[in-house]
Each structure stands twice: as structure tokens, then as C-alpha cells.
Write a protein that binds this ligand. Structure first.
Ligand code: NAP
Length: 256
């Protein structure tokens, strides 16, 4: 591992990492040397994710802290727990997110608020708490997990589109206020990623054909495709990259 991308000894918190993309990102950071803290709400799922991951790394490199990223007090408690029990937080990945599919005319405001709060407000709450610790130390990396829906709309997912678009501008707002204190805040916007969650879409012949036709790289993304950009944005290799959102989408957002 080149020193530029070496995360040895750095503490990373990845929200929503008991499964899916968050879990893969936590493993990518751990593979680069970081000590990682997994997070989720479901304690049983989180504990079994921690046990599964701990088996693959040296002792003390994998931890977990259950908290709800949409709750101000819980976000503060979670970040304080990391600082006290694991070490100074140097890398935060705001990954926790949910989806809710329904046409906008039938969308209940409670569901709108649930998605906005999980996919956007959470990054402000956990990010602000992390920054309160990072700023006095003059260093820190925050990576906000966006989406191609940061840039592109589709019917039936209005709150997700609004949240993910907002997340890109929150990334810029954090940069405006915190970059001078030595923090780099950037976004990663994954395209359509083949995971357990999207297996039904991969199996849907019509949708799969649409994705392949719409993607210049002519394939689905994999969680492994996100590993390199995540390690780069968490490392000294990106020390002058500020407020950017990197689309990892096989080119989907640059063509019509
Ligand atoms: P996923 O498999 O559904 O996993 C979601 C994770 O978030 C779980 O660990 C879940 O924990 C956690 N979570 C949900 N609400 C939470 C809360 N209030 N507090 C703490 N943790 C919470 O999701 P995914 O598909 O990997 O997506 C991860 C991120 O990538 C999301 O931001 C999503 O928008 C983005 N993304 C995904 C894709 C894709 O193709 N999948 C593409 C672009 C962007 P529990 O297990 O405890 O519920």
C-alpha cells in the first residue's frame, strides 16, 4: 500500500454498515489499514456483522456502535462512544440511507420526512458531531454517500431525489465552513450497484436491459467498484480535494 493511501491507525465510522454498501466500504477502509466502527439500528444484525468482519482482521480493528443517525442525541452519543472507546475519529462515511417508492400524488408527508431525515438530515447530525471533534485537531475526512439521483430524477422516488440532491449541496456547505480547519468533505455517488437489494432488478429482464443500454460501461456496478474511490477520499491522497461529488456509475450521468 502506497503511503498516500495507507489508513493504518486511523479510526473510521461508517454509518449503516451492518450490510450492503456500507459494510463493503467498511471492509475497504479496513483493508487499507483503518480501525473501523460499524453502525446500524438493528443490534442483532449489527453484532453478527461485527463478528463476521472481526474474524477477517487482527484483534481490535473492528468495533460496532448501534445508534439511530436521525436522532440528534443518539448521533452525539455514538460519536462520543467512538472517541472514548476506539480513538480520535478521523474518517466518517455518512452512508445510512433508505428508499420509499410511491408516486408523489400518493406520497404521505410522514414518508417524505422519514426519507429526508434518514438520507439527508442524518449527514448533518453525524457530520456536525464528528466535525466538532475533528476541527480542534485540524484534520478529518467526511464522505457523504450520494447517488445518481443526486443529479437525475425518476418517477416514484421524490424524497430520495430531494435528499440525495441536497446531500451534494450539504457536502459543499460543510466544505465552505470546515475546509479551512483541515477537513476534506466529499461525496461518492454510486450508480446502479448489483447487491442483494437490487438482485430483483438484475433478474428483471426489461429493467436489466434498460440499465445496460443506459450505462456506457454496459454493466452493473459492484461494491468493489466503490472501494478505490472510498479509500482515496479517506486518505492523504485526496488532501486538496474539497466539496466534490464523484460519480461512480459507469458513465450513466454523462450521457443521454
Ligand atoms: P441497505 O442494504 O438497505 O443498508 C442500509 C443500512 O443503513 C443498514 O445497515 C441499516 O441498518 C442502516 N440504517 C438505515 N436507517 C438507519 C438509521 N436511521 N440509523 C442507522 N442506520 C440506519 O442499503 P444500501 O443499498 O447498501 O445503500 C447504502 C447507501 O448507498 C444509501 O445511502 C443508498 O442511498 C446509497 N446508494 C445505494 C445504491 C444501490 O444500488 N444499492 C446506489 C446508490 C446509492 P439496519 O440493518 O439496522 O436497518
Amino acid at each position: 500500500m502506497s503511503a498516500l493511501f495507507d489508513l493504518t491507525g486511523r479510526v473510521a465510522l461508517v454509518t449503516g454498515s451492518s450490510r450492503g454498501i456500507g459494510n463493503a466500504l467498511a471492509r475497504a477502509l479496513a483493508d487499507a489499514g483503518a480501525t473501523v466502527v460499524l453502525n446500524g439500528i438493528n443490534r442483532e444484525r449489527l453484532k453478527s456483522a461485527e463478528a463476521a468482519m472481526a474474524a477477517d482482521y487482527p484483534p481490535g480493528r473492528v468495533h460496532s456502535c448501534a445508534f439511530d443517525v436521525t436522532c440528534d442525541a443518539e448521533a452525539a452519543r455514538g460519536v462520543a462512544w467512538v472517541e472514548e472507546n476506539v480513538g480520535p475519529l478521523e474518517i466518517l462515511v455518512n452512508n445510512a440511507g433508505i428508499q420509499h417508492r410511491v408516486p408523489m400524488l400518493e406520497l404521505d408527508v410522514k414518508d417524505w420526512e422519514r426519507v429526508i431525515s434518514t438520507d439527508l438530515t442524518s449527514a448533518f447530525l453525524v457530520g456536525r458531531e464528528a466535525a466538532r471533534h475533528m476541527i480542534p485537531r485540524g484534520r478529518g475526512k467526511i464522505i457523504n454517500i450520494c447517488s445518481v439521483q443526486t443529479d437525475l430524477a425518476r418517477p416514484t422516488i421524490a424524497p430520495y431525489i430531494a435528499a440525495k440532491g441536497g446531500l451534494r449541496n450539504l457536502t459543499r456547505a460543510m466544505t465552505a465552513e470546515w475546509a479551512a480547519s483541515g477537513l476534506q468533505i466529499n461525496g461518492i455517488a454510486p450508480g446502479y450497484i448489483h447487491t442483494e437489494m437490487t438482485q430483483n432488478l438484475v433478474d428483471d429482464e426489461q429493467f436489466n436491459a434498460w440499465i445496460l443500454g443506459r450505462t456506457p460501461a454496459h454493466r452493473w456496478g459492484t461494491v468493489q467498484d466503490l472501494a478505490g474511490p472510498a479509500v482515496w477520499l479517506a486518505s492523504d491522497g485526496s488532501n486538496f480535494v474539497n466539496g466534490q461529488t464523484i460519480f461512480i456509475d459507469g458513465g450513466m450521468t454523462v450521457v443521454v
